[in-house]
Design a protein around this ligand. Sequence first.
Ligand SMILES: [Zn+2]
Length: 480
Amino acid sequence: MRKAYDTFLLSEVSAGLAAKAGSFEPYRYECAHCGEEVRLSAVDSTSMVPHFRHRSGNSDVECEYYLGQYGAFSTDARSRKSKNERAEFYFDSNTKMFYLGLRFSEDEISAYEQLSTIFELRVASQAQPFYILRINGRNFSIDTQRLIPLDKFSCNYFLSNTLNGIKRKYEVFNNVANNAATFFKMQVGDGGYRAKLVRSSVLYTNIPYFIVFQSQSPHWSPVDVCLPSEIKVENTFEFETMGRKFIGKVLTITAKTAQIDSLLSSWGYQLEAAETLTLLWPPAILSEDISLINADAAYLYSTFELQAHGNINVHSEDITRITDGVSKVAVNPRIKVYKKNAELMLETCEQETDAYINLPVARRAEKNYRVTDDASFMFNRSGVLPLNKGVTVQMTPDSEVRHYTNGYLDGIVAPLEQITMSGESLLRDALIHYKRTETLNWDDFKSLYLSQTAFHYIETCEKTGLINSAAKYFIEEGRI
Ligand SMILES: [Zn+2]
């Protein structure tokens, strides 16, 4: 099979690119047709191209020739055929306990809930489960990890559910040799850290790990080992959980030497150079292991090439190479990049403030505005004035009443636009509404160019010797 579903990238991937990505954790790849676990085959072969095979050995023809719709790679997380749990194991520095992290998608939760499925956790495949949990919307949030504390020690744990009964074995605590360390990859956190079990055999230089040695029996103490000087140990501490004593260390392997290679290989690990992957833009909010951004594109720096259907779950047209190492990637709505130690999950989110900026603002125009509550403010040239309920304010030009709810603007009252009158009509209006008069003096108009309307009006004023003050003002203004 040339493609499979990658449970890490949440996308279909090609066998060729998956082989280059080079990390083969158990349960990572699943058949894109039937959902059964598959493994990469012919990775280093010179005569065959890399391909996926069912781990069980079953060579179902339909699966072998399955290409999906139009042979395209689906980047939709929902193209997954299997409904098996996505599981990781963790150590938490605050509680000094180990956890199983379980995650289900929306479809998986609803399917299991309908069939009243129960998740089961065992220390041996034939043992009674020591932990059970109903898989439903109350116990699991969509695509969000639920941490289950491990209170029973075992080197291996068996995960299953009551629907299909298949027990999936996870090797957690290293058992290859006496006093072998188990490696966990550090994840940054506030006031402590969480470290995720390394499920492949590959470790990387220059990235921090939490490692743990456990006692061989409940009554013994674990033996602290002396590590080569190229392994920088930040701190060492002892703790007890699940009835066992542990020694934990936070360390970084700074160089690849023959001595270190031999030590790691005796524990079942191999060492490689680490890759770097950084989100350059936009700024992100970290929520669990997901970086939330408020943009539809992201700029990433990586020491490796981003390959569609290989190490990133987008199509090739969504990746634009800007310069060496810097790429622009379209984010819609969630992307995941995974290569070696480098891992990044990006998701678009609407920032809260945007929702409020889009609050509808009721607009109206009034000549006089009667204030209906205590949440209105008058804005005018002299500043801002809070308005009391019941007051009626005159809306003068350039003034505005703003109404706020919970601090957000949701209403504006503007002055009713004054109809700008002029000439005959303005004169009539002035004579009707303004009764003040003053002595007529032709000299006041000497320097003005008078309109016919103004001239005739002033002539009529000669009879009484009085002129309407408002009319005089408008004539001087040139509006009559
Ligand atoms: Zn299959």
